[in-house]
Write a protein that binds this ligand. Structure first.
Ligand code: CUA
Length: 338
């Protein structure tokens, strides 16, 4: 039963899926301009490895059987060397390694050199959330890009080392605190693809996910205009909820009363909190604002001062929207959609 299913699956995968945008049996879809050459080199190295693995194992087994110890036979001394054989098994691997290096280095250079007209998007990794900043200053939790246009990512981290990985584009690049790393790609097919963190970065590493949305021609600009306008088009509470989600607050602060890395923010407004310095405060607008901009200044007792500052990363209007969201009664702060 299982074998039949596997065979059917293999057949269906190979016979009915010739479009590279669907992916192959063990590869995700090829959705960037470089994906084809990456896969070609991978398959080339795989084929060489399989060929030599089979060759060596077969020759080994044949020799083990043929030259095994038999009754009444004594071993002859083996010849010291065979020049023709040794030259052959040195020259062939050297040629193969040169071919692999040539295509590998060419691919590396292509992937490291973005075209001059690339559209630039800033990326920030933070435990455990990605944020993408567009040229107009708008920040989104997912990566939106136009199809058929080179995109350059300029990436940094607010805390530890992360790694941006989009299997469908065949790109993976470390995102490091204190410096900028870059990656570029050109998507070839509209659709939605997975973006992962590929560097273990702590408890929430496996949840550090995002989507890449590749927009059809002309639709990216429309999306960006509409998305950027959210402070003007949404109520402060709704805008605050969106920011709370998109900027990674939910990674550490729950809205259901349970403590995570930071205290829950359910009904936080007006709450009396004991601080780590022994004093007690009442949470008001000023305390929330200070906690966003200078998180280490007054930490609630029982929690570590691990929150990164949002100084320079949130506009005043955005901080006000977040305060409005945290002030709203619990029913409103849950929202209808999330
Ligand atoms: Cu970020 Cu793993």
């Amino acid at each position: 039963m299982t074998e039949i299913h596997l065979a059917q699956l293999l057949f269906a995968r190979t016979a009915l899926a010739p479009d590279p945008a669907d992916g192959s049996f063990w590869m995700p879809p090829q959705v960037s301009t470089i994906a084809h050459s990456v896969d070609w080199l991978f398959n080339f190295i795989l084929a060489i490895s399989v060929f030599f693995f089979v060759l060596i194992v077969v020759v080994m087994v044949v020799f083990v059987l043929k030259y095994r110890r038999r009754e009444g036979q004594t071993a002859e001394s083996s010849p010291s060397h065979n020049t023709a054989l040794e030259v052959t098994w040195t020259v062939i691997p050297v040629l193969l390694v040169i071919v692999i290096f040539f295509f590998g280095f060419k691919g590396f250079l292509d992937m490291a050199t973005p075209p001059a007209n690339a559209y630039e998007i800033m990326v920030e990794g933070q435990k455990w959330k990605w944020s993408f900043t567009y040229p107009n200053g708008y920040v989104d939790e997912n990566l939106h890009v136009p199809v058929d246009r080179p995109i350059q990512l300029v990436m940094s981290s607010a805390d530890v080392i992360h790694s941006l990985y989009v299997p469908a584009f065949r790109i993976k690049m470390d995102v490091v605190p204190g410096r900028y790393s870059k990656a570029w790609f050109e998507a070839t097919q509209p659709g939605e693809y997975d973006l992962f963190c590929a560097e273990y970065c702590g408890t929430g590493h496996s949840t550090m996910l995002a989507h890449v949305v590749v927009h059809p021609p002309g639709e990216f600009e429309t999306w960006l205009d509409k998305a950027s306008d959210f402070l003007a088009t949404m109520s402060p509470v709704d805008a605050g909820r969106k920011l709370f989600q998109a900027r990674g607050c939910t990674q550490c602060h729950s809205m259901d009363g349970s403590a995570k890395t930071g205290p829950t923010l359910l009904n936080v407004f007006g709450r009396r909190e004991k601080l780590s310095n022994g004093t007690t405060i009442t949470v008001d607008e000023n305390y929330i604002r200070e906690s966003i901009l200078e998180p280490a200044a007054q930490v609630v007792a029982g929690f570590e001062p691990v929150m990164p500052t949002f100084q320079g990363r949130l506009k005043d209007q955005e901080i006000m929207a977040i305060i409005a969201y945290l002030k709203a009664p619990a029913e409103a702060s849950k929202g209808s959609s999330s």
